[in-house]
Design a protein around this ligand. Structure first.
Ligand code: 13P
Ligand code: SF4
Length: 305
């Protein structure tokens, strides 16, 4: 089926099934175009928790679909690309979390949503790249464990000189790949451009940034900025909504190599088939879901900044 026809069929089926299509900002353009909401991890989790739809179709990676089921267990969560797994989420196990707790008794565990349900189940509270600072600010303890992303944890540390943020050595391979040399070269090539970085980038890259934000935070910043040119330090998928929302501005990737393959596995055909067959589904086992829910809910209850 050609693209336009398939997109129209998906929208028709979604209506029939009372389904809500959620897509992350890194998803392929044609997937973003058929979604009801395109957003960052926080926006998508909030929408999954609040929607009255009976079915959620999650176009993203597995931890995001799991989070949708954790907050909305009464809904069917369809996950069209079941092989789409976040490389960072796979770096940490529940045993790693328990070992860190044992090594740092009394320190609360703040877990980045880019983690699997069984890791969230071992945690006190979750965070995303959009709210990590607000989440840590709610914790009175001086020692905090923040996992699995060492770059996000070190970014958060900058805001809390009186706290010690203990981190696990996980990372996003695509953000961690970006070097300060590449950023400097991009700045030389585009001297008028601002450099915007995702907090998953390494500290030496964050040092060079004019602004640091989640993917939706980047979209907001670029929409509202008077500047005309931006170097984007995140996965290249974000260039599509940036250019769509700002046709008069220029966006350059900090590196062409920042491509998360897992985020590109969703296709229109797979979304169509998922809605037609009502599978594959994501369901988190109830005992893990209940424990993970405490940490996710505690995060969602923090007012948005
Ligand atoms: P955001 O929550 O900023 O969209 O980030 C998700 C992600 O996977 C970044 O690599
Ligand atoms: Fe995971 Fe990195 Fe892909 Fe985000 S970009 S989903 S952190 S592997």
């Amino acid at each position: 089926m050609e693209k336009e026809k398939l997109s129209a069929e998906i929208r028709r089926l979604a209506k029939d099934r009372k389904a809500l299509i959620l897509a992350h900002n890194y998803q392929p353009p044609e997937i973003q175009d058929i979604a009801d909401l395109v957003g960052d991890s926080l926006e998508l989790s909030l929408k999954a928790a609040q929607t009255e739809a009976e079915v959620i179709v999650f176009c993203g990676v597995l931890f995001m679909a799991e989070t949708a089921h954790i907050v909305s267990p009464e809904k069917i969560v369809l996950f069209p690309a079941p092989q789409a797994c976040c490389a960072m989420a796979s770096m940490i196990t529940p045993e790693d979390v328990r070992a860190l707790r044992e090594a740092h008794p009394g320190a609360p565990v703040v877990t980045y949503v880019n983690s699997y349900a069984e890791v969230k189940a071992e945690s006190d509270i979750c965070c995303t790249s959009a709210n990590v600072v607000r989440v840590i600010a709610t914790l009175p303890e001086k020692e905090i464990i923040c996992l699995p992303d060492m770059n996000l944890a070190q970014y958060a540390q900058r805001f809390f000189p009186d706290k010690k943020i203990i981190y696990f050595e996980g990372f996003c391979p695509f953000h961690h790949l970006l070097t300060p040399e590449e950023v400097k070269r991009a700045k030389e090539a585009h001297p008028e451009a601002l450099f915007i970085a995702h907090p998953e980038c390494r500290p030496e890259v964050i040092d060079l940034a004019d602004h640091v934000a989640s993917t939706s935070g980047m979209l907001k910043f670029c929409r509202e900025s008077e500047h005309r040119e931006f170097i984007i330090g995140t996965e290249v998928g974000l260039l599509y909504p940036l250019r769509k929302q700002n046709p008069d501005k220029k966006f350059y990737p900090a590196s062409e190599n920042m491509v998360c393959e897992a985020m590109k596995l969703t296709t229109l055909e797979l979304v169509y088939q998922a809605l037609e067959k009502m599978e594959p589904r994501v369901e988190v086992p109830e005992d893990i879901r209940k424990r993970a829910l405490r940490a996710v809910k505690r995060m969602l209850e923090i007012p948005r900044g």
